[in-house]
Design a protein around this ligand. Sequence first.
Ligand SMILES: [Zn+2]
Length: 303
Amino acid sequence: MKRKIAGMLLIVTLLILTGCAGGNEGTPVQSNQDEEGTPLKIVTSFYPMYIMALNITDGIPGVEVVNLTEPTTGCLHDYQLTPGDMVNLQDAQIMIVNGAGMESFLDKITENSSNMKMIDASKGLELLQNETDGESNPHLWVSISGAISQTKNIGQQLAESDPDRAALYLANTETYIEKLEQLRTKMHQTIDPLDNRDIVTFHEAFPYFAREFDLNIQAVIQREPGSEPSPGELTDTIQVVKASGAKVLFAEPQYGDTAAETIARETGAQLYYLDPAVTGPADKDAYLQIMEDNLQVLGEALQ
Ligand SMILES: [Zn+2]
């Protein structure tokens, strides 16, 4: 799919930015169309990309950012485009996607919107493989370093796509990266000295985060949302958690916690919630806040 995106970038680079007056379907959150400049509509595929785009386009006249999916949708692993999504995409000049296999519906979009520029936030980034199925893990943004790399990627590609506003995108990108770097330093200061580094998580969202902070993922209980473990898998997981001696489990606020509660009860492990930042408010500082909250939780759980 990567090659496909790259090929398409070449083809459409010269076709974009023809301008587009009016037609503000969806939920424009950031729009300053009173001032000069060709209006630009950017669609992001899901929440983490949306927050990065809000930061990179902050205060830039004429740029509107719309999130394709509801801010409550979460990860897009099995997401199917709706007719409403296709309408929303019709007048967009640029789409920002996570890439790395997160958006399995991309082929459909490129068939229908051949003159829309696609920005791949994971372009050129090193990906971890899932141990279970050998597929690339797309949850790069869950580590701060991954979020920094993706922000850089988006900022640079936006600047290339819209040269008139390039300096503004790049300045905003710098500002946001500085905030992310400060947060990363603060998280290291809290997490590095913790003695307990073993975590059990739900859904394959935390490998990048765990690598960044040298945490040890001992088991992943529910690989993706919507698939509760079978009774057999539950029994196996309880065995794994017991054998590992893990004292804490980290569930995610977005997903069902029945299995997590059962495992916590059966193993005596304490249940906490870590947020992979796949849902949240339409606020450019939301990712920073979510990670501050995660830091609080980790500090408490692993001390
Ligand atoms: Zn996911």
